[in-house]
Design a binder for this molecule. Sequence first.
Ligand code: PHB
Length: 401
Amino acid sequence: MNHIPVAIIGAGPAGLTLAHLLHLQGIESIVFEKRTRKEVEETVRAGILEQGTLNLMRETGVGARMEAEADHDEAIDISINGERIRIPLTEITGHKVAIYPQHEYLKDFIAKRLEDGGELLFSTTVDAVEGTGGTGGFDNDKVKVVYTEADGSSTTISADYVIAADGSSSPYRKIITEGSGVRVRHEYPYAWFGILVEAAKTQKELIYATHPEGFALISTRTDTVQRYYLQCDPNDTPDMWSDDRIWEQLHLRADSPGITVSEGKIFDKAVLRFRSAVTEPMQKGRLFLAGDAAHTVPPTGAKGLNLAVADVSVLAPGLVRALKKKDSALLDDYTKLALPRVWKAQHFSYWMSSMLHAVPDEDYFATQRRFAELHSVLGSEAGQRYIAEQYVGRDLPRFEV
Ligand code: PHB
């Protein structure tokens, strides 16, 4: 049986970033991804990179295309019933964010992994992950991983550590929560309807807009392709949103003096799920959860990818120390170190969502209270600073190895 120090399930932001960070420290890994490379690289996702994530890309040699192509923004706008208020992120925090969609991030890390000769198996399903401990536990020396590649061949390898970074429906979570762990979820009474449009930018910076009828977000992809979202019902299907209805609602919710949402040909429509979930703990013996496999946040705070990167910023040095120095103290503390950031991101995403979205059948009191909350926070220097700091994100955890 072949042996690998670290087996990573899932080629998303958590898995690919981890494989890259381990490689830089001379630790070999293998990444299993059930989708094809094309699917991974073409699945449309959200796309805000916090300053810490930008720095990590730059410092680890994966940032060149992002530097050249991403919009680096120094502000966001919040529009409350047609009144636009600017939050000068950089002036307040000294930091910027980049609009760089997740699939572009993934393309860069996939290219780098392959260039570095890393093992990255697409169209490969993991059939079993088994602890070799007497009780079927994960506390023994090794874990067995059985996988099937695209050609149907099945292989069993052993690994020192297995990282489940396979997204929000990860089946490996159960292994961890079965004993004494918890999985908590929060459902929201709304979802986002996302479109891609061939149009010029409405403005350079993002606009998070709210209106008595609900939320809208004006984001961008390139100079000629724009990304817009509208709050919708979680049960809506794209066919319920005609182009006319989309434009009417986007203008109603997001136009403000001097700003008219720019229109064009809509070439992609999709409803995005909206929920919060957290798993505690994020580890059991030699099995660890990272990214969405452990936690999901609603997209309003733009934290999803950044949280995955924060997880692996703890996991990578933890694994390096454990494998090179036989010191597992940092790994043992993974959950304790990663969870506070997860909960703060849950809070920020939840809070922003609740201020910006209308609940179903929202009454006049509820709408005006929401607007007053936004005006109170944005009308205060301290409030603006709080939102700016949360939005650009805290520095990533750093540990010597
Ligand atoms: C996006 O551009 O897809 C985007 C931007 C900001 C968000 C969510 C999504 O908060």
